[in-house]
Design a protein. Structure first.
Length: 256
């Protein structure tokens, strides 16, 4: 069963002082991302930022609060280290097995590196996080470097967030408003309008496609969702094959 508790990951970054640090207070380049944004998916969450103040070696930590609805957080030091990758200035830093949950909702992640200088680009990726069951925006309001639990050094101007979406759906049907061509209709006449059924898209691109049922495609043309006549036709039955593509690149084809 998926956990939905509110959790805080506490990341320890150890190291030495570097002079001429920029002013304290605000992290730059803060971002949160997920490898899979669909509801209920299991994904890797990556947190990144640039330090604005030296993070000292005396128990320096990074804290990020996981909002309610996210599950699958690591529960012990071994699992924390096996699922966490820490990059500092693009160099991977080891995870210390001393990492451990401080409370049922707080994880302590310690690196094998010393202090972190001001201006360091930090990335922390944690695998196996389970997304919420409903779509929406997840905002990580607790996101900071600190010198101890709840003792902030730098915080972001804007809390980073991730958008969770419903599964992507392809179009499921195409309809044509009229399929009867008047005998006196000339070239360029509008025959009818196409519409598409799709659970999560409202913008579609229509294309005449080769394949079964495309015998008479060359007698017709398209303008947006309009079916137009190219040539004057004799009495008879004509066949076209149409594709409707949504704005996510998914499509449905139908013969008319």
């Amino acid at each position: 069963m998926k956990s939905t508790r509110h959790a805080t990951l506490v990341l320890v970054l150890c190291g030495g002082w570097i002079p001429n640090a920029v002013l304290a207070g605000t992290l730059s380049g803060t971002a949160a991302s997920t490898s899979n944004a669909q509801i209920n998916a299991t994904a890797t969450y990556t947190f990144s930022f640039t330090t604005q103040t030296v993070v000292p070696s005396s128990g320096a930590i990074f804290e990020v609060g996981f909002p309610s609805g996210l599950g699958g957080l690591p529960v012990n030091g071994s699992e924390i280290c096996s699922r966490t990758t820490i990059l500092i200035n693009s160099v991977e830093r080891g995870c210390d097995l001393a990492s451990t949950p401080l409370t049922p909702d707080t994880l302590f992640i310690q690196t094998t590196m010393g202090s972190v200088s001001a201006g360091s680009v930090v990335s922390v990726a944690i695998t196996g996080i389970t997304n919420p069951a409903t779509a929406g925006t997840i905002t990580f309001t607790r996101f900071q470097t600190s010198s101890g639990p709840n003792v902030a050094i730098d915080t972001p101007l804007v809390a980073p967030s991730v958008n969770i979406i419903s599964p992507i759906s392809a179009p499921t049907d195409i309809t044509l408003s009229n399929n009867v061509i008047q005998q006196d209709a000339g070239s360029g006449s509008t025959i009818g309008f196409f519409s598409t059924t799709d659970a999560d898209s409202t913008v579609f691109t229509y294309t005449l496609i080769d394949g079964a049922g495309s015998n008479d495609n060359n007698r017709f043309s398209l303008s947006a969702n309009q079916l137009l006549l190219k040539d004057t036709l004799v009495v008879g039955t004509y066949s076209i094959r149409l594709r409707s593509s949504d704005n996510q690149g998914l499509f449905f084809e139908k013969v008319f």
